[in-house]
Design a protein around this ligand. Structure first.
Ligand SMILES: Cc1ncc(COP(=O)(O)O)c(C=O)c1O
Length: 370
């Protein structure tokens, strides 16, 4: 059994993916070829954002979003400690300080109620993460940000395809950043990402930053990076975008089956009313997570932990003296979460097998620890 079965997807899409890659090899425009612009247009249309800028990774997307907002040394960016490292990493890379705010334990996303207390005169942005695919609660976050004149950057690396009150993830705030890492709901065959905004001047800045700060060839008006999306990756994404809605429906169907079978033995994920999730991860909570994970592994069921150590407890952020107990809900989640196999080609029989094994394993682990 695979945690994410990319080969099953490739088998289904092989002829389209192969022919789109062949087209790139034939026209030879490997850097910012026509597929990149075509993909950007389609993604912008899908999200409703005025601009989409394809980029080299989700990490670069976050970096360029903050560079465009001129976030730098001494500035503060409010974010969640319960996320993939890149979120805090890019804030710190720019010399700014990640200011962590604990999560809502049901959704694992930043708790809007706690944000206002973290705002200082140095706060330059709020960066909520839409974890596992469910969007953060953007209405109150945008309202607080507007009151303080602060932009909001959605880390939508896991939530592309998700919706919040009928609006698409990526287009819920000043800037949205997503990732096309192979295991993401919309993934390419290498690294890739995209930035969304409806702000013309930010879009222009990010387009230039993506290409070494050039406003035209060999004319550099700012310090940028090489943050471009490869044409071949764009071509692969175009093929996958054609079936993305079908795949989203399959992910949601798999999640619904899991939910039905797992309600009892474990804490199944909660996607709130008014939200839809692409289920980048289907993540449950269990007591004695490590023992459960090992027992599942022995039974041939692959799982993963997203993420065991919250950012404030990472060695590199230790100098901030935030220490254990600083963000107890994130710490508790880090000890309890477990992601189960999730992809659009997961069979109902496999879900039943996973759920039955999990039920048995949880009962065994509970008996042993009692
Ligand atoms: C929440 C979050 N932020 C940022 C990233 C970084 O994306 P990438 O791996 O494309 O650089 C990821 C991807 O793993 C992520 O899950």
């Amino acid at each position: 059994m695979q945690f994410i079965d990319l080969k099953a997807q490739y088998r289904k899409l092989k002829s389209d993916i192969d022919s789109r890659i062949q087209t790139v090899l034939d026209h030879g425009q490997y850097i910012l070829g026509p597929e990149v612009a075509e993909l950007e247009d389609r993604l912008a249309a899908r999200t409703g954002a005025k601009h989409c800028i394809g980029c080299a990774s989700g990490t670069d997307a976050l970096l360029m979003a903050m560079m465009a907002l001129e976030i730098g040394s001494g500035d503060e960016v409010i974010t969640s400690p319960f996320t993939f490292f890149a979120t805090g990493e890019m804030i710190a890379l720019l010399g700014a300080v990640p200011v962590f705010v604990d999560i809502d334990p049901e959704t694992y996303n930043i708790d809007p109620v706690r944000i206002e207390a973290a705002i200082t005169p140095r706060t330059k942005a709020i960066m909520p993460v839409s974890l596992y695919g469910q969007c953060a609660d953007f209405d109150p976050i945008n309202e607080i940000a507007a009151r303080h004149g602060i932009p909001v950057i959605e880390d939508a690396a896991q939530s592309f395809g998700g919706t919040y009150k009928g609006r698409e993830s990526g287009n819920l705030s000043t800037i949205g950043c997503t990732s096309f890492f192979p295991s993401k709901p919309l993934g390419c065959y290498g690294d890739g990402g995209a930035i969304f905004t409806s702000d013309d001047s930010l879009a222009r800045r990010m387009l230039e930053l993506r290409n070494h700060g050039q406003d035209r060839r060999y004319h550099h008006t700012s310090i940028g990076i090489n943050g471009r999306l490869d044409t071949i990756q764009a071509a692969i994404l175009l093929a996958k975008l054609d079936v993305f809605d079908e795949e989203l429906a399959a992910r949601q169907k798999a999640a619904a089956t899991y939910n039905k079978l797992l309600k009892d033995p474990v804490q199944a994920p909660v996607v709130r009313d008014g939200y839809t999730s692409p289920y980048a991860q289907y993540t449950i909570e269990v007591d004695d997570r490590d023992a459960v994970q090992q027992a599942l592994q022995r039974a041939g069921i692959p799982t993963a932990v997203h993420y065991p150590v919250p950012l404030h407890l990472q060695p590199v952020f230790r100098h901030m003296n935030l220490g254990e107990g600083g963000f107890p809900l994130s710490e508790r989640a880090g000890e309890r979460v477990l992601s189960l196999p999730m992809h659009p080609y997961l069979e109902a029989s496999q879900i039943v097998q996973i759920a039955e094994t999990l039920r048995r394993v949880v009962a065994d682990v509970t008996t042993v620890t009692k």
